[in-house]
Design a binder for this molecule. Structure first.
Ligand code: GDP
Length: 508
Protein backbone atom coordinates (compact mmCIF):
# COMPACT_ATOMS: atom_id res chain seq x y z
CA UNK A 1 0.00 0.00 0.00
CA UNK A 2 1.14 3.55 -0.31
CA UNK A 3 -0.07 7.08 -0.21
CA UNK A 4 1.56 8.65 -3.22
CA UNK A 5 2.56 12.24 -2.75
CA UNK A 6 3.79 14.24 -5.71
CA UNK A 7 5.59 16.80 -3.58
CA UNK A 8 9.00 16.47 -2.01
CA UNK A 9 9.27 18.04 1.41
CA UNK A 10 12.30 19.34 3.28
CA UNK A 11 12.97 20.64 6.78
CA UNK A 12 15.69 21.18 9.33
CA UNK A 13 15.31 18.21 11.69
CA UNK A 14 17.71 19.27 14.41
CA UNK A 15 17.29 22.23 16.78
CA UNK A 16 18.15 25.49 15.07
CA UNK A 17 21.00 26.72 17.25
CA UNK A 18 24.76 26.54 17.09
CA UNK A 19 25.70 22.89 17.42
CA UNK A 20 28.25 20.34 16.21
CA UNK A 21 26.06 19.04 13.45
CA UNK A 22 22.69 19.81 11.93
CA UNK A 23 20.47 17.58 9.83
CA UNK A 24 18.36 18.70 6.91
CA UNK A 25 15.91 16.07 5.81
CA UNK A 26 14.13 15.68 2.48
CA UNK A 27 11.45 13.14 1.55
CA UNK A 28 9.41 12.53 -1.59
CA UNK A 29 9.60 11.39 -5.20
CA UNK A 30 12.18 13.99 -6.26
CA UNK A 31 14.41 13.81 -3.21
CA UNK A 32 17.22 12.03 -5.08
CA UNK A 33 16.99 14.28 -8.16
CA UNK A 34 17.12 17.43 -6.05
CA UNK A 35 20.07 15.99 -4.12
CA UNK A 36 21.87 15.37 -7.44
CA UNK A 37 21.55 19.07 -8.30
CA UNK A 38 23.16 20.35 -5.12
CA UNK A 39 25.67 17.66 -4.15
CA UNK A 40 29.22 17.25 -5.38
CA UNK A 41 31.24 14.24 -4.26
CA UNK A 42 34.54 12.66 -5.23
CA UNK A 43 32.69 9.79 -6.78
CA UNK A 44 31.66 10.31 -10.38
CA UNK A 45 28.31 8.60 -9.77
CA UNK A 46 25.33 10.73 -8.97
CA UNK A 47 23.51 10.18 -5.68
CA UNK A 48 20.45 8.92 -7.52
CA UNK A 49 22.60 6.11 -8.93
CA UNK A 50 23.99 5.05 -5.56
CA UNK A 51 22.73 2.16 -3.49
CA UNK A 52 20.10 2.69 -0.84
CA UNK A 53 21.12 2.97 2.81
CA UNK A 54 24.55 4.36 2.06
CA UNK A 55 26.36 7.47 3.28
CA UNK A 56 28.37 9.78 1.03
CA UNK A 57 30.96 12.41 1.76
CA UNK A 58 30.96 15.58 -0.32
CA UNK A 59 29.84 19.19 -0.60
CA UNK A 60 26.56 21.03 -0.92
CA UNK A 61 26.79 23.58 -3.70
CA UNK A 62 24.50 26.20 -5.15
CA UNK A 63 25.81 26.74 -8.69
CA UNK A 64 29.40 27.91 -8.24
CA UNK A 65 29.07 28.53 -4.51
CA UNK A 66 30.08 25.83 -2.03
CA UNK A 67 27.85 25.96 1.05
CA UNK A 68 29.16 23.21 3.34
CA UNK A 69 31.09 20.00 3.68
CA UNK A 70 28.57 17.24 4.43
CA UNK A 71 27.67 13.59 4.81
CA UNK A 72 24.57 12.59 2.87
CA UNK A 73 22.50 9.56 3.82
CA UNK A 74 20.31 7.92 1.19
CA UNK A 75 17.28 5.78 1.95
CA UNK A 76 15.13 4.61 -0.90
CA UNK A 77 11.43 4.06 -0.29
CA UNK A 78 9.70 2.07 0.97
CA UNK A 79 12.56 1.22 3.33
CA UNK A 80 12.65 4.59 5.01
CA UNK A 81 10.89 6.26 7.92
CA UNK A 82 8.36 7.97 5.64
CA UNK A 83 8.17 5.08 3.19
CA UNK A 84 9.39 7.48 0.46
CA UNK A 85 12.80 8.27 -1.03
CA UNK A 86 14.59 10.14 1.72
CA UNK A 87 17.83 12.10 1.81
CA UNK A 88 19.35 13.29 5.06
CA UNK A 89 22.10 15.86 4.89
CA UNK A 90 24.39 15.93 7.91
CA UNK A 91 26.00 19.35 7.82
CA UNK A 92 27.76 21.64 10.29
CA UNK A 93 25.28 22.80 12.91
CA UNK A 94 25.41 26.57 12.41
CA UNK A 95 22.08 28.39 12.28
CA UNK A 96 22.95 30.09 8.99
CA UNK A 97 24.38 27.04 7.27
CA UNK A 98 21.43 24.72 7.97
CA UNK A 99 18.98 27.39 6.83
CA UNK A 100 21.04 28.04 3.71
CA UNK A 101 21.01 24.32 2.81
CA UNK A 102 17.25 24.16 3.34
CA UNK A 103 16.76 27.22 1.14
CA UNK A 104 18.86 25.59 -1.56
CA UNK A 105 16.72 22.44 -1.48
CA UNK A 106 13.63 24.61 -1.78
CA UNK A 107 15.14 26.58 -4.69
CA UNK A 108 15.64 23.27 -6.49
CA UNK A 109 12.06 22.11 -6.05
CA UNK A 110 11.40 20.89 -2.51
CA UNK A 111 8.61 22.39 -0.45
CA UNK A 112 9.06 23.33 3.24
CA UNK A 113 7.55 20.55 5.36
CA UNK A 114 4.76 21.31 7.78
CA UNK A 115 5.22 20.36 11.45
CA UNK A 116 5.02 16.58 11.80
CA UNK A 117 4.70 16.06 8.05
CA UNK A 118 7.42 13.39 7.83
CA UNK A 119 5.65 11.35 10.53
CA UNK A 120 2.29 11.99 8.91
CA UNK A 121 3.62 10.55 5.65
CA UNK A 122 4.99 7.57 7.58
CA UNK A 123 1.50 7.03 9.01
CA UNK A 124 -0.34 7.48 5.71
CA UNK A 125 2.14 5.16 4.00
CA UNK A 126 1.41 2.48 6.60
CA UNK A 127 4.87 2.59 8.16
CA UNK A 128 3.39 3.36 11.60
CA UNK A 129 -0.07 3.25 13.08
CA UNK A 130 -1.38 6.39 14.72
CA UNK A 131 -0.53 5.28 18.26
CA UNK A 132 3.07 4.71 17.18
CA UNK A 133 3.19 8.07 15.39
CA UNK A 134 1.94 9.74 18.55
CA UNK A 135 4.60 7.85 20.52
CA UNK A 136 7.22 9.55 18.35
CA UNK A 137 5.88 12.91 19.54
CA UNK A 138 5.74 11.71 23.16
CA UNK A 139 9.26 10.36 22.98
CA UNK A 140 10.55 13.76 21.88
CA UNK A 141 8.64 15.43 24.72
CA UNK A 142 9.58 12.82 27.38
CA UNK A 143 10.81 14.49 30.56
CA UNK A 144 11.73 11.46 32.65
CA UNK A 145 12.80 7.85 32.29
CA UNK A 146 9.29 6.46 32.88
CA UNK A 147 7.79 8.67 30.16
CA UNK A 148 10.58 7.66 27.82
CA UNK A 149 10.06 3.96 28.55
CA UNK A 150 6.33 4.24 28.03
CA UNK A 151 6.67 6.01 24.68
CA UNK A 152 9.29 3.52 23.49
CA UNK A 153 6.91 0.67 24.32
CA UNK A 154 4.14 2.42 22.43
CA UNK A 155 6.50 3.07 19.52
CA UNK A 156 7.32 -0.63 19.42
CA UNK A 157 3.60 -1.19 18.84
CA UNK A 158 2.38 -2.56 22.16
CA UNK A 159 -0.73 -0.35 22.25
CA UNK A 160 -1.50 -1.19 18.63
CA UNK A 161 -1.16 -4.93 19.25
CA UNK A 162 -3.52 -4.91 22.22
CA UNK A 163 -6.09 -2.77 20.41
CA UNK A 164 -5.89 -4.85 17.26
CA UNK A 165 -6.34 -8.04 19.23
CA UNK A 166 -9.60 -6.78 20.74
CA UNK A 167 -10.77 -5.36 17.43
CA UNK A 168 -10.11 -8.62 15.63
CA UNK A 169 -12.32 -10.48 18.11
CA UNK A 170 -15.08 -7.91 17.83
CA UNK A 171 -15.12 -7.97 14.04
CA UNK A 172 -15.17 -11.76 14.01
CA UNK A 173 -18.34 -11.87 16.09
CA UNK A 174 -19.94 -8.98 14.22
CA UNK A 175 -19.30 -10.72 10.92
CA UNK A 176 -20.83 -13.90 12.29
CA UNK A 177 -24.02 -12.09 13.33
CA UNK A 178 -24.29 -10.27 10.01
CA UNK A 179 -23.77 -13.49 8.05
CA UNK A 180 -26.30 -15.35 10.17
CA UNK A 181 -28.87 -12.61 9.73
CA UNK A 182 -28.34 -12.71 5.96
CA UNK A 183 -28.61 -16.47 5.83
CA UNK A 184 -30.95 -17.59 8.63
CA UNK A 185 -31.69 -20.89 6.91
CA UNK A 186 -28.13 -22.15 7.28
CA UNK A 187 -26.73 -20.26 10.26
CA UNK A 188 -28.56 -20.15 13.53
CA UNK A 189 -28.03 -17.51 16.18
CA UNK A 190 -30.03 -19.39 18.78
CA UNK A 191 -28.23 -19.21 22.10
CA UNK A 192 -25.59 -17.03 20.53
CA UNK A 193 -26.31 -14.18 22.97
CA UNK A 194 -24.96 -16.21 25.90
CA UNK A 195 -21.69 -16.94 24.11
CA UNK A 196 -21.38 -13.35 22.92
CA UNK A 197 -22.03 -12.03 26.40
CA UNK A 198 -19.08 -14.01 27.75
CA UNK A 199 -16.87 -12.47 25.09
CA UNK A 200 -18.22 -8.99 25.67
CA UNK A 201 -17.46 -9.31 29.39
CA UNK A 202 -13.92 -10.32 28.51
CA UNK A 203 -13.43 -7.33 26.18
CA UNK A 204 -14.92 -5.02 28.78
CA UNK A 205 -12.35 -6.40 31.24
CA UNK A 206 -9.51 -5.83 28.76
CA UNK A 207 -10.59 -2.26 28.09
CA UNK A 208 -11.15 -1.58 31.81
CA UNK A 209 -7.58 -2.71 32.51
CA UNK A 210 -6.30 -0.28 29.90
CA UNK A 211 -8.47 2.53 31.24
CA UNK A 212 -7.21 1.82 34.75
CA UNK A 213 -3.69 2.64 33.63
CA UNK A 214 -4.71 6.15 32.53
CA UNK A 215 -4.08 7.76 35.91
CA UNK A 216 -0.62 6.27 36.16
CA UNK A 217 -0.18 7.04 32.49
CA UNK A 218 -0.91 10.71 33.12
CA UNK A 219 1.51 10.75 36.05
CA UNK A 220 4.18 9.14 33.90
CA UNK A 221 3.70 11.57 31.07
CA UNK A 222 2.89 14.82 32.80
CA UNK A 223 4.33 14.31 36.27
CA UNK A 224 2.75 14.08 39.71
CA UNK A 225 0.50 17.08 40.31
CA UNK A 226 1.97 18.27 43.58
CA UNK A 227 0.74 21.04 45.83
CA UNK A 228 2.73 22.54 48.66
CA UNK A 229 0.43 23.63 51.46
CA UNK A 230 1.15 25.24 54.80
CA UNK A 231 0.59 28.37 56.82
CA UNK A 232 2.33 31.55 55.81
CA UNK A 233 6.03 31.52 56.69
CA UNK A 234 6.15 27.75 57.19
CA UNK A 235 8.85 27.62 54.51
CA UNK A 236 6.87 26.55 51.42
CA UNK A 237 8.75 28.80 49.00
CA UNK A 238 12.05 27.85 50.62
CA UNK A 239 11.22 24.17 50.09
CA UNK A 240 10.32 24.78 46.47
CA UNK A 241 13.59 26.58 45.94
CA UNK A 242 15.54 23.74 47.51
CA UNK A 243 13.78 21.22 45.31
CA UNK A 244 14.36 23.35 42.27
CA UNK A 245 17.88 24.05 43.28
CA UNK A 246 17.46 27.72 42.54
CA UNK A 247 15.86 30.88 43.85
CA UNK A 248 12.62 30.91 41.88
CA UNK A 249 9.93 31.80 44.43
CA UNK A 250 10.30 34.96 46.50
CA UNK A 251 11.31 34.13 50.08
CA UNK A 252 10.62 36.77 52.74
CA UNK A 253 9.57 36.78 56.35
CA UNK A 254 6.55 39.01 55.66
CA UNK A 255 3.49 36.77 55.89
CA UNK A 256 1.54 36.27 52.68
CA UNK A 257 4.35 36.99 50.22
CA UNK A 258 3.38 34.21 47.88
CA UNK A 259 0.14 35.55 46.50
CA UNK A 260 -0.31 33.64 43.34
CA UNK A 261 0.42 30.04 42.49
CA UNK A 262 3.81 29.29 40.96
CA UNK A 263 4.11 26.12 38.94
CA UNK A 264 7.39 24.33 38.37
CA UNK A 265 8.42 21.11 36.74
CA UNK A 266 11.14 19.17 38.54
CA UNK A 267 12.74 15.77 38.22
CA UNK A 268 13.38 13.88 41.44
CA UNK A 269 15.10 10.52 41.20
CA UNK A 270 13.62 9.93 37.78
CA UNK A 271 10.06 10.99 38.68
CA UNK A 272 8.56 14.24 37.44
CA UNK A 273 6.72 16.51 39.84
CA UNK A 274 4.61 19.38 38.64
CA UNK A 275 4.90 21.34 41.78
CA UNK A 276 2.77 24.26 42.78
CA UNK A 277 3.64 26.70 45.54
CA UNK A 278 0.47 28.22 46.90
CA UNK A 279 -0.47 31.08 49.13
CA UNK A 280 -0.48 30.18 52.82
CA UNK A 281 -3.75 28.75 54.02
CA UNK A 282 -5.27 30.91 56.75
CA UNK A 283 -8.21 33.16 57.36
CA UNK A 284 -7.39 36.44 55.77
CA UNK A 285 -8.99 39.76 55.14
CA UNK A 286 -6.55 40.46 52.35
CA UNK A 287 -8.55 40.05 49.14
CA UNK A 288 -5.60 39.41 46.83
CA UNK A 289 -4.22 36.80 49.17
CA UNK A 290 -7.68 35.33 49.72
CA UNK A 291 -7.89 34.52 46.00
CA UNK A 292 -4.62 32.63 46.38
CA UNK A 293 -5.99 30.72 49.40
CA UNK A 294 -9.13 29.67 47.56
CA UNK A 295 -7.04 28.61 44.64
CA UNK A 296 -4.78 26.61 46.94
CA UNK A 297 -7.84 24.70 48.08
CA UNK A 298 -8.88 24.06 44.49
CA UNK A 299 -5.40 22.85 43.61
CA UNK A 300 -5.34 20.61 46.67
CA UNK A 301 -8.55 19.01 45.42
CA UNK A 302 -6.98 18.16 42.06
CA UNK A 303 -3.55 17.22 43.40
CA UNK A 304 -2.00 13.75 43.19
CA UNK A 305 0.22 14.67 46.12
CA UNK A 306 0.18 17.28 48.88
CA UNK A 307 3.36 18.36 50.62
CA UNK A 308 2.18 19.94 53.86
CA UNK A 309 4.89 22.14 55.35
CA UNK A 310 4.72 22.90 59.08
CA UNK A 311 6.99 25.39 60.87
CA UNK A 312 8.02 23.10 63.73
CA UNK A 313 9.35 26.03 65.74
CA UNK A 314 5.83 27.42 66.21
CA UNK A 315 2.90 25.65 67.85
CA UNK A 316 0.11 24.20 65.76
CA UNK A 317 -3.13 26.19 65.65
CA UNK A 318 -6.61 26.31 64.10
CA UNK A 319 -5.15 27.00 60.64
CA UNK A 320 -3.20 23.74 60.78
CA UNK A 321 -6.45 22.01 61.67
CA UNK A 322 -7.99 23.42 58.51
CA UNK A 323 -5.10 22.13 56.40
CA UNK A 324 -5.34 18.71 58.08
CA UNK A 325 -8.96 18.55 57.02
CA UNK A 326 -7.92 19.52 53.50
CA UNK A 327 -5.39 16.68 53.21
CA UNK A 328 -7.70 13.98 54.59
CA UNK A 329 -8.17 11.33 51.95
CA UNK A 330 -5.36 12.72 49.79
CA UNK A 331 -1.91 11.29 49.22
CA UNK A 332 0.26 13.52 51.35
CA UNK A 333 3.56 13.92 53.14
CA UNK A 334 3.95 16.17 56.19
CA UNK A 335 7.20 18.07 56.49
CA UNK A 336 8.25 19.39 59.88
CA UNK A 337 10.37 22.23 58.59
CA UNK A 338 12.94 24.37 60.44
CA UNK A 339 14.44 21.34 62.16
CA UNK A 340 17.50 23.51 62.71
CA UNK A 341 15.50 25.48 65.32
CA UNK A 342 14.18 24.24 68.63
CA UNK A 343 11.18 21.99 67.93
CA UNK A 344 7.84 22.96 69.42
CA UNK A 345 5.90 20.50 67.27
CA UNK A 346 6.48 16.76 67.47
CA UNK A 347 5.18 13.92 65.31
CA UNK A 348 2.84 13.07 68.20
CA UNK A 349 1.40 16.61 68.17
CA UNK A 350 0.74 16.25 64.44
CA UNK A 351 -0.99 12.90 64.90
CA UNK A 352 -3.11 14.15 67.79
CA UNK A 353 -4.23 17.19 65.89
CA UNK A 354 -4.89 15.17 62.76
CA UNK A 355 -7.30 12.86 64.56
CA UNK A 356 -8.91 15.73 66.47
CA UNK A 357 -9.54 17.59 63.23
CA UNK A 358 -10.55 14.44 61.30
CA UNK A 359 -12.43 12.43 63.92
CA UNK A 360 -13.62 9.90 61.33
CA UNK A 361 -10.26 9.90 59.55
CA UNK A 362 -9.61 6.62 57.89
CA UNK A 363 -7.60 5.45 55.05
CA UNK A 364 -5.67 2.75 53.45
CA UNK A 365 -6.89 -0.81 53.13
CA UNK A 366 -5.14 -4.03 53.75
CA UNK A 367 -2.81 -2.73 56.44
CA UNK A 368 -4.27 -4.83 59.22
CA UNK A 369 -7.00 -7.35 59.72
CA UNK A 370 -8.59 -5.19 62.38
CA UNK A 371 -8.85 -2.08 60.26
CA UNK A 372 -12.39 -0.84 60.30
CA UNK A 373 -13.30 -0.10 56.72
CA UNK A 374 -16.98 0.55 57.22
CA UNK A 375 -16.83 4.21 56.44
CA UNK A 376 -13.77 4.25 54.22
CA UNK A 377 -13.67 4.33 50.49
CA UNK A 378 -11.74 1.38 49.31
CA UNK A 379 -9.45 3.01 46.82
CA UNK A 380 -6.61 0.77 45.94
CA UNK A 381 -3.83 3.33 45.67
CA UNK A 382 -1.40 2.40 48.45
CA UNK A 383 0.10 5.86 48.21
CA UNK A 384 -3.07 7.21 49.78
CA UNK A 385 -1.88 6.49 53.25
CA UNK A 386 -3.62 8.53 55.80
CA UNK A 387 -4.63 8.14 59.36
CA UNK A 388 -6.13 4.73 59.93
CA UNK A 389 -8.72 4.02 62.54
CA UNK A 390 -8.10 0.61 64.04
CA UNK A 391 -10.43 -1.22 66.38
CA UNK A 392 -8.84 -3.53 68.90
CA UNK A 393 -11.47 -6.24 69.45
CA UNK A 394 -10.13 -7.41 72.81
CA UNK A 395 -9.92 -4.10 74.56
CA UNK A 396 -12.85 -2.59 72.63
CA UNK A 397 -10.94 0.64 72.39
CA UNK A 398 -9.95 2.54 69.34
CA UNK A 399 -6.30 2.66 68.36
CA UNK A 400 -5.55 5.22 65.74
CA UNK A 401 -2.67 4.39 63.49
CA UNK A 402 -1.22 7.35 61.71
CA UNK A 403 -0.13 6.54 58.17
CA UNK A 404 0.98 9.83 56.73
CA UNK A 405 4.75 10.03 56.39
CA UNK A 406 6.13 12.81 58.62
CA UNK A 407 9.64 13.95 57.79
CA UNK A 408 11.91 16.41 59.59
CA UNK A 409 13.48 18.82 57.18
CA UNK A 410 15.30 22.09 57.18
CA UNK A 411 14.80 23.96 53.95
CA UNK A 412 17.38 26.45 55.16
CA UNK A 413 20.11 23.86 55.74
CA UNK A 414 18.86 21.54 52.98
CA UNK A 415 18.46 18.70 55.48
CA UNK A 416 15.97 15.85 55.12
CA UNK A 417 15.47 16.42 51.38
CA UNK A 418 16.95 13.04 50.48
CA UNK A 419 14.51 11.39 52.86
CA UNK A 420 11.64 13.25 51.18
CA UNK A 421 12.81 12.16 47.72
CA UNK A 422 13.05 8.53 48.81
CA UNK A 423 9.59 8.68 50.39
CA UNK A 424 8.03 10.10 47.23
CA UNK A 425 9.64 7.45 45.13
CA UNK A 426 8.26 4.76 47.44
CA UNK A 427 4.78 6.29 47.46
CA UNK A 428 4.44 6.48 43.72
CA UNK A 429 6.85 4.14 42.06
CA UNK A 430 7.48 1.11 44.18
CA UNK A 431 4.92 -1.63 44.10
CA UNK A 432 2.28 0.79 43.01
CA UNK A 433 3.88 1.80 39.79
CA UNK A 434 6.55 -0.80 39.28
CA UNK A 435 7.34 0.09 35.74
CA UNK A 436 7.74 -2.82 33.43
CA UNK A 437 6.54 -3.81 30.02
CA UNK A 438 2.91 -3.19 30.90
CA UNK A 439 0.99 -0.91 28.63
CA UNK A 440 0.20 2.49 30.06
CA UNK A 441 -2.35 4.66 28.35
CA UNK A 442 -0.74 8.09 28.39
CA UNK A 443 -2.73 9.75 25.68
CA UNK A 444 -6.02 11.48 26.43
CA UNK A 445 -7.28 10.76 22.91
CA UNK A 446 -6.75 7.05 23.48
CA UNK A 447 -8.55 7.29 26.81
CA UNK A 448 -11.60 8.89 25.16
CA UNK A 449 -11.66 6.23 22.44
CA UNK A 450 -11.38 3.44 25.03
CA UNK A 451 -14.24 4.96 27.07
CA UNK A 452 -16.38 5.16 23.92
CA UNK A 453 -15.64 1.54 23.10
CA UNK A 454 -16.42 0.55 26.67
CA UNK A 455 -19.78 2.35 26.53
CA UNK A 456 -20.68 0.65 23.25
CA UNK A 457 -19.83 -2.81 24.63
CA UNK A 458 -21.91 -2.11 27.73
CA UNK A 459 -24.81 -1.42 25.39
CA UNK A 460 -24.21 -4.77 23.69
CA UNK A 461 -24.31 -6.49 27.08
CA UNK A 462 -27.53 -4.65 28.00
CA UNK A 463 -29.13 -5.60 24.67
CA UNK A 464 -28.28 -9.26 25.31
CA UNK A 465 -29.69 -9.05 28.85
CA UNK A 466 -32.85 -7.39 27.56
CA UNK A 467 -33.29 -10.05 24.89
CA UNK A 468 -33.07 -7.53 22.05
CA UNK A 469 -32.75 -8.80 18.44
CA UNK A 470 -29.24 -9.60 17.18
CA UNK A 471 -28.97 -6.65 14.78
CA UNK A 472 -28.89 -4.40 17.85
CA UNK A 473 -25.73 -6.14 18.97
CA UNK A 474 -23.95 -5.63 15.72
CA UNK A 475 -24.62 -1.88 15.61
CA UNK A 476 -23.00 -1.38 19.01
CA UNK A 477 -20.24 -3.88 18.28
CA UNK A 478 -19.36 -1.81 15.21
CA UNK A 479 -19.34 1.35 17.33
CA UNK A 480 -16.85 -0.28 19.70
CA UNK A 481 -14.78 -1.48 16.74
CA UNK A 482 -14.65 1.99 15.24
CA UNK A 483 -13.88 3.71 18.54
CA UNK A 484 -10.89 1.42 19.04
CA UNK A 485 -9.86 2.02 15.44
CA UNK A 486 -9.47 5.71 16.31
CA UNK A 487 -6.51 4.78 18.48
CA UNK A 488 -4.58 3.08 15.71
CA UNK A 489 -5.88 5.58 13.17
CA UNK A 490 -7.75 3.10 11.02
CA UNK A 491 -11.11 4.78 11.39
CA UNK A 492 -10.04 8.36 11.77
CA UNK A 493 -10.96 11.36 9.64
CA UNK A 494 -8.48 13.49 7.72
CA UNK A 495 -9.16 16.60 9.84
CA UNK A 496 -8.22 14.81 13.02
CA UNK A 497 -5.10 13.36 11.41
CA UNK A 498 -4.06 16.86 10.37
CA UNK A 499 -4.75 18.20 13.85
CA UNK A 500 -2.73 15.49 15.55
CA UNK A 501 0.31 15.99 13.35
CA UNK A 502 0.14 19.78 13.50
CA UNK A 503 1.12 19.48 17.18
CA UNK A 504 4.42 17.86 16.24
CA UNK A 505 7.62 19.82 16.03
CA UNK A 506 9.11 21.01 12.77
CA UNK A 507 11.24 18.52 10.89
CA UNK A 508 9.70 15.43 12.55
P1 GDP B 1 6.31 30.53 52.98
O1 GDP B 1 5.53 31.74 53.33
O2 GDP B 1 5.71 29.31 53.58
O3 GDP B 1 6.56 30.38 51.52
O4 GDP B 1 7.72 30.68 53.71
P2 GDP B 1 9.13 31.13 53.15
O5 GDP B 1 9.75 30.05 52.35
O6 GDP B 1 8.97 32.47 52.49
O7 GDP B 1 9.96 31.24 54.50
C1 GDP B 1 9.55 32.08 55.56
C2 GDP B 1 10.75 32.37 56.43
O8 GDP B 1 11.21 31.19 57.06
C3 GDP B 1 11.93 32.94 55.67
O9 GDP B 1 12.56 33.92 56.48
C4 GDP B 1 12.85 31.74 55.52
O10 GDP B 1 14.21 32.10 55.42
C5 GDP B 1 12.60 31.00 56.81
N1 GDP B 1 12.84 29.56 56.68
C6 GDP B 1 12.40 28.73 55.73
N2 GDP B 1 12.85 27.48 55.96
C7 GDP B 1 13.60 27.52 57.08
C8 GDP B 1 14.34 26.55 57.81
O11 GDP B 1 14.42 25.36 57.49
N3 GDP B 1 14.96 26.98 58.96
C9 GDP B 1 14.90 28.27 59.36
N4 GDP B 1 15.55 28.60 60.48
N5 GDP B 1 14.23 29.21 58.69
C10 GDP B 1 13.59 28.86 57.55
Amino acid sequence: MGYQYDTTIAAISTAVSSAGIGIVRMSGPEAFLIADCIYRGKNEKRLSEQKSHTIHYGFIVDGEETIDEVLVMLMRGPRSFTGEDTVEINCHGGVYVVKRILETLIDYGARPAEPGEFTKRAFLNGRLDLSQAEAVGDLIEAQNKYALQSSVNQLKGCVRQEINRIRKNIIYHTAFIETALDDPEHISVDGYGVELKGNVEEWLGDIRRLLDTCDDGRIIKEGIRTVILGKPNAGKSSLLNVLLGEERAIVTDVEGTTRDVLEEHINLKGISLNIMDTAGIRDTEDIVEKIGVDRAKDYADQADLILYVIDSSRPLDENDCEIMRLIEGKTSVILLNKSDLEALVTVQDVEDMYFTCNPGGCGDKGESSVVDHQSCDNESNPAKNKGILMVDDDRKTEIKEFKIPVIDISAKDMKGIDHLEETLKKLFFEGNLAFNDEIYITNIRHKTALSDAYGALERVRDSIDDGMPEDFYSIDLMDAYEALGNITGETIGEDLVNEIFSKFCMGK
